[in-house]
Each structure stands twice: as C-alpha cells, then as structure tokens.
Design a binder for this molecule. Sequence first.
Ligand code: ZN
Length: 219
Amino acid sequence: MSGDDTWLYGASASAGSAILTSSAARRHCARVFIPGGGLVLHTEMSVDARGKLVVYVGPMFAGKTTALFRDAAAAPRACIVRPARDTRGPRVAPPPGAEVRVCDSLAAFAADAPPGAVFVDEGFLFDDLVAGADALVARGVDVTVATIQYDFLRRWFENVRELAARPAARVVVVAGTCATPGCGAPSVYTRRTAPAAGRVAIGDFYAPACARCWRAPPE
Ligand SMILES: [Zn+2]
C-alpha cells in the first residue's frame, strides 16, 4: 500500500458509521464500506463564498435518498430536485415543507433555482449533473446529491465520477446490505437480477450485492 492509500480513521459520526480521511478517498470509494452504516470520506473543504457540495454515493437500496431527505428536512429552505427520467418517483416520502421539482436538466433548473439549499436525488440520471451542480455552487448555493456511482457492471457513471472529483466535494459513501440469502455483508455494488435493455433500466431489476456476491446479469 502506498502512502497515498493510507486511511486515517477518526471518531464515529454516529452509531454504526465511521469517518475516514484519505487524500485518495475519491479514487477508492469502492473499497470503503463498513457493516451497518455509512462511511464518510472527508476531503478538502473550500472556505470561500461558494456553496458546499456533498455527494452521497452507494449502491441501490443503501439509504442514500433517506440521507438526502434527512439533510433536506434540516435545511430552512430546501428544494428537492428529481430527474424526470426516474418515472418511479422516490420510495421515501420527501420531508414536509420541502419543495420538489422534477426536471430534465439540472443546469436549466440551476438557472432559475429558488433561494435555499438544493438536494438532488438520483443524480446520475442528469446528463448535465456536473454543469448544474457547478453553477449552483458558484452562486453560493449549498448542493447535496444522492446517487449511485456504479452501473450494474460496476462501471462508474462518468458524470458522478466527475462530480465526486470536484476539489470541494465531500463524498459520503453509503453501504446497504447484500441481498444474497445468508450473506448480509455490506453492499457495494448493484446487481441486475433480470434481463433488461440498456445501461439504465428503470424498474425492479436490481439487488444490492457485496463484492463476493456480485454477478453479471443473466442473459
Ligand atoms: Zn453478499
């Protein structure tokens, strides 16, 4: 292990989670998980007039949207932004009082965003995720994004990779529980459990999987 790979464990942020500091955090998101909770990767924080950028990443069914909505509930003026491509809608109820917008383009939303913090769900489904988040942060808006980072073949979504690599981004890795019967290890990946067309198929085709249980989808 090189010096760049050294993990520094800090105090637990809450029961069942841990904080990990690493200059290489973003490159190693896949390695980072612990049972029963999220793991926080503290990266360099910018201290200026720009908004904060927090990115929750993890497989499906890990609690990312729950974490996002929890943060939104604590914000005085929250606007939740959801991609129109996700036709299922959230499985978790948005916090009362939060405005919810459904749109195709995050950049278009950013150009006409209401005042207050912005909470983006299913961020990977926005093709212009980075441009939209950059525009908001540059205007001093705090932005929190929840998104899977890997597709069902364990490949990064490039827009998420680019966002997580932003110097000021605080990347929080959320792990769920592997769905394989009898396993229960922390889930890192999303497994496709039935044949479906395309890289992104909206529907019940997925299960969270640990690194050992992950398999390529059935033909
Ligand atoms: Zn497993």
